[in-house]
Design a protein around this ligand. Structure first.
Ligand SMILES: *[C@@H]1O[C@H](CO)[C@@H](O)[C@H](O)[C@H]1NC(C)=O
Ligand SMILES: *[C@@H]1O[C@H](CO)[C@@H](O)[C@H](O)[C@H]1NC(C)=O
Ligand SMILES: *[C@@H]1O[C@H](CO)[C@@H](O)[C@H](O)[C@H]1NC(C)=O
Ligand SMILES: *[C@@H]1O[C@H](CO)[C@@H](O)[C@H](O)[C@H]1NC(C)=O
Ligand SMILES: *[C@@H]1O[C@H](CO)[C@@H](O)[C@H](O)[C@H]1NC(C)=O
Ligand SMILES: *[C@@H]1O[C@H](CO)[C@@H](O)[C@H](O)[C@H]1NC(C)=O
Ligand SMILES: *[C@@H]1O[C@H](CO)[C@@H](O)[C@H](O)[C@H]1NC(C)=O
Ligand SMILES: *[C@@H]1O[C@H](CO)[C@@H](O)[C@H](O)[C@H]1NC(C)=O
Ligand SMILES: *[C@@H]1O[C@H](CO)[C@@H](O)[C@H](O)[C@H]1NC(C)=O
Ligand SMILES: *[C@@H]1O[C@H](CO)[C@@H](O)[C@H](O)[C@H]1NC(C)=O
Length: 430
């Protein structure tokens, strides 16, 4: 009669490793919360003048605005004594009757960062102490309407963002003329007109001027920006060829020249930009052939060349195409692919070539010219020539499910084994 508890113990012992590993896996999946660092500084409170300014801007001050994190990250203070002072202020979702007063702004000249999001107050002239103190200014769908001159007074800015707010100005040069420290510039959906300034600041790393009314050609001043990593000029009225000097932008990672009127061919000099990740040249009038160098760019993930006038045989092989997240080629009537090296299942959005390198009509249907996503359509490649060199990424993806299946299998088989063992044992004992 002493056998059953013994057997139960044995069973538990055998199952223990399996149970433990399950528990481990479950706990590893939930992030561990690190304890907040102990606060060492002696608390001091915000400058009373600045408290009054915050109240006039409808920012609640019942709770100390210097306590972090502040609601909506609206306020950040420095540690000065006897009173702390605001270094960052974010006004968002303001009530429609909010008005900025000179008195309030005068007392806020300690601010380095000021941002407005969905805050349709009328812009007033900023006191010069505040204008000079700001290194970061952001206005997203706020302040109704700005002028270039108004913005140009923030001469110490390193970051400027204006989007979904119209700017009335003779040109970008008015705004940027004295901002010699600017690193990131976003002026997007801002009805900005005129052409590019003849001088741009060499330290710019990020330029987004998308969705405006800029005209003219890409100037040399832009191609001198050796540190530029991000350039978005999409949806403007720019024209001319993409200059050979474009290849001098050696730090570039993401670039969009989409939806302008650029013509001529894609310059071979772009092959000198080693880190390109995202290239969007869609919706222009680019002609010539698709250059082969794109397949040499090790980091490339997104290539959009659709709706241009590119022609000839697509120079890419299946393993390169599979490596990309997005490849769009549709809307180039004379571009085709070699069906002896690429499968029609790749849905490239272009027709296969005949033996002269011209597209076989009829052109592909509209649907198939949409983006192809290598993740969801990876099974389409199972039968084509490039499937041998499966990417390591895909192997990684199969890793997860396999481990679970293995665990379950081990668990189940050990239970079956135990049952058989117990049955045998009980028969043997009886
Ligand atoms: C506040 O800022 C921190 C760090 O920048 C961020 O992690 C957090 O999500 C922000 N909180 C809110 C409510 O925006
Ligand atoms: C903005 O404020 C209105 C009311 O004042 C509120 O209904 C809305 O949820 C707020 N939106 C955000 C994003 O805070
Ligand atoms: C900002 O620029 C002005 C004039 O160019 C300069 O005098 C001042 O020291 C700069 N820095 C700050 C923090 O105001
Ligand atoms: C945009 O700019 C044009 C002039 O270039 C002007 O006529 C128009 O009113 C502006 N639109 C807005 C919304 O400011
Ligand atoms: C660019 O930044 C570097 C330091 O990051 C600085 O030494 C240099 O003077 C800056 N150049 C310009 C034109 O502002
Ligand atoms: C450029 O800006 C447009 C609209 O502002 C956006 O849709 C697009 O994704 C951006 N492109 C890149 C490469 O960031
Ligand atoms: C490409 O376009 C340019 C400028 O529009 C034109 O001069 C050139 O002849 C075109 N080349 C081809 C091959 O169509
Ligand atoms: C650059 O492009 C890649 C690929 O599309 C994207 O994941 C990344 O967020 C982009 N970077 C910026 C700064 O937009
Ligand atoms: C595909 O093209 C790339 C770049 O041109 C090359 O390095 C690679 O060896 C090619 N792969 C196959 C399977 O031909
Ligand atoms: C297509 O590829 C095959 C072999 O890969 C080659 O013999 C043929 O010439 C190519 N056709 C065209 C039109 O480039």
């Amino acid at each position: 009669m002493k056998q059953p508890p013994l057997l139960l113990l044995l069973l538990l012992l055998l199952l223990l490793p399996f149970l433990l590993s399950t528990i481990n896996a479950a706990t590893a999946a939930t992030p561990t919360l690190s304890p907040a660092p102990p606060s060492t500084e002696t608390p001091s409170s915000l400058d009373p003048k600045q408290i009054r300014a915050l109240q006039s801007l409808n920012i609640p001050t019942a709770r100390d605005p210097c306590l972090q994190p502040s609601p909506h990250n609206a306020t950040i203070c420095d540690t000065s004594k006897p009173f702390r002072r605001l270094v960052s202020l974010h006004l968002s979702n303001c009530s429609s009757d909010l008005s900025l007063s000179s008195t309030a702004l005068k007392s806020l000249s300690s601010l380095h960062s000021l941002s407005f999001t969905d805050c349709r107050a009328s812009p007033i002239r900023f006191p010069s102490d505040l204008s000079l103190s700001l290194t970061s200014f952001s206005c997203i769908h706020s302040l109704r309407r700005l002028t270039g001159l108004w913005l140009s007074r923030f001469v110490n800015l390193t970051d400027l963002t204006v989007s979904n707010t119209p700017i009335n100005t003779r040109g970008l040069y008015v705004i940027l003329g004295n901002m010699h420290k600017l690193k990131t510039l976003t002026i997007s959906h801002a009805n900005l007109s005129g052409s590019f300034p003849r001088h741009m600041h060499l330290n710019l790393t990020h330029v987004d001027l998308s969705n405006n009314k800029l005209k003219g050609k890409i100037p040399t001043s832009l191609t001198l920006l050796e540190d530029l990593e991000f350039l978005n000029l999409s949806s403007n009225g720019l024209n001319g060829v993409i200059p050979t000097e474009f290849g001098d932008l050696i730090s570039l990672k993401n670039v969009s020249l989409a939806s302008n009127s650029f013509s001529g061919s894609i310059p071979d000099s772009m092959s000198a930009i080693p880190g390109l990740v995202h290239v969007d040249l869609s919706n222009n009038q680019l002609n010539g052939t698709v250059p082969n160098f794109f397949s040499e760019l090790k980091e490339l993930k997104v290539l959009n060349l659709e709706n241009n006038q590119l022609h000839g045989v697509l120079p890419f092989n299946a393993s390169f195409i599979k490596r990309l997240d997005v490849l769009k080629l549709g809307g180039n009537g004379n571009l085709c692919y070699n069906h002896s090296s690429l499968s029609s299942k790749m849905k490239l959005g272009i027709a296969p070539c005949d033996k002269h390198g011209l597209p076989i009509s009829p052109p592909p249907s509209k649907e198939s010219s949409s983006s192809r996503d290598s993740e969801s359509e990876s099974s389409d490649y199972d039968d084509d020539s490039g499937s041998a060199d499966d990417t390591s990424e895909k192997k990684e993806r199969h890793h997860g499910p396999n481990r679970v299946v293995l665990g379950v299998a081990i668990g189940l088989s050990s239970i079956v084994f135990l049952i058989v063992f117990l049955v045998l044992l009980s028969k043997w004992c009886a």
